[in-house]
Structures are given as C-alpha cells and as structure tokens.
Design a protein around this ligand. Sequence first.
Ligand SMILES: Cc1cc2nc3c(=O)[nH]c(=O)nc-3n(C[C@H](O)[C@H](O)[C@H](O)COP(=O)(O)O)c2cc1C
Length: 184
Amino acid sequence: MSDPNDLSVFLDLGWQRLTRGVADKRAAARHPVLATVSPEGRPEARTVVLRAASRSAATVEVHTDGGSGKITSLAAHPFAQLHVWDDTARLQIRLSTTVQIARGPDAAQKWQDVPAGARIAYGASPPPGTAIPHAHAYRKLANRDWFTVLTFEIESIELMQLTDPHKRAVFKAFDGWAGAWWVP
Ligand SMILES: Cc1cc2nc3c(=O)[nH]c(=O)nc-3n(C[C@H](O)[C@H](O)[C@H](O)COP(=O)(O)O)c2cc1C
C-alpha cells in the first residue's frame, strides 16, 4: 500500500492516467477539454484528442485545423489549460500551459503519421466557423497545409482526487515538480 501523503506517488498517478489517454481510445484522458482565451478576453472550451504526452519533456500534444478559431485565440494569448476528469481514478487533472503552434513545413513530419482516413479533419472550405446555409454546405480538404500541431508546455499540474477525504496537490515546473498539498 503506497503512502497517501507521498506527493511523488500522486504525481505518478496523474501522469499514468494522462499518458493512458494517448494509447487507449477509451481512457478518460483521450478527450481533454482545452480552454483558451479569445482575442477579446473571453473564455472558450472545447473537446480535443490527446495525441502525445511526455513526462520527461513536460509536454502534451493536440492536432488541429490551422483555420480554427482556437488558433486565432492562441495567437493572441498563447496560454491554455487542459482539463481531464478521470472517473475511474476519481481524479481531476488540470494542466496550465504555454502553447507552441507548428504548421506547414514545421508539422510535415507529424503529417506523415496521420492515417489517410484521419487527414480529413484538416482543412475545410469555407474555413471552420463560417456560417453556412445548410448543415453540409462545406467540403473537407484533407490538406497538410492546414494540419497544425499544438505543443503544450506544462507549467503546472493540479491534481484533485475524490478520495475520502479529498486530496489536492499542485506541481510546478520551476521547482522540479516537487509539489505541494493544497486544501481541496
Ligand atoms: C470527441 C471530440 C474530439 C475532438 N477532437 C478535436 C481535436 O483533436 N482537435 C480539434 O481541433 N478539434 C477537435 N474536436 C472539435 C472541437 O471540439 C471544436 O468543435 C473545434 O475544434 C472548433 O473549435 P474552435 O472553434 O474553438 O477552434 C473534437 C470534438 C469532439 C466532440
């Protein structure tokens, strides 16, 4: 039985549940909520697919259409939170990040690994978010020029677990992820 007061064990659990989302399509962390701030300063949140997670680099990765609204927001405010609620582990994960945007030649290597059937998610005419006269008045382009890789550089990880009693801890990059318990 591991020590419930051991911060490093708690952080291990967070990374374990997070990385599971990359490999396992049914894992909770497969579909984080990505929250950004619009150019006007308004909060925005949407579901995304977790494509990669690296504990050693302290990064996670999401793929998107370069014409989507979130790119406009991230260009204005390159900061984002990713949120996961993992019901199996009774664990909420919040990642506070700075975001790097790579597109075109900078994303070309990763485009090679996108399966043909999945490429349709990238590029649309008219562009994503355009008002259209009926539901199907658009074409998907499967165009690598619109394929965009978002790399989230994690600055802090907050874990909140609904154990009895509840547990909450915050881990920050600047002190080597030592972590501290917080009142839930
Ligand atoms: C289950 C699910 C997974 C999704 N995965 C992604 C994704 O990986 N990348 C993405 O850009 N949009 C994804 N979407 C669509 C977004 O939630 C959102 O509708 C779209 O990106 C437009 O958002 P924006 O206008 O805020 O950029 C997903 C939606 C659902 C329901």
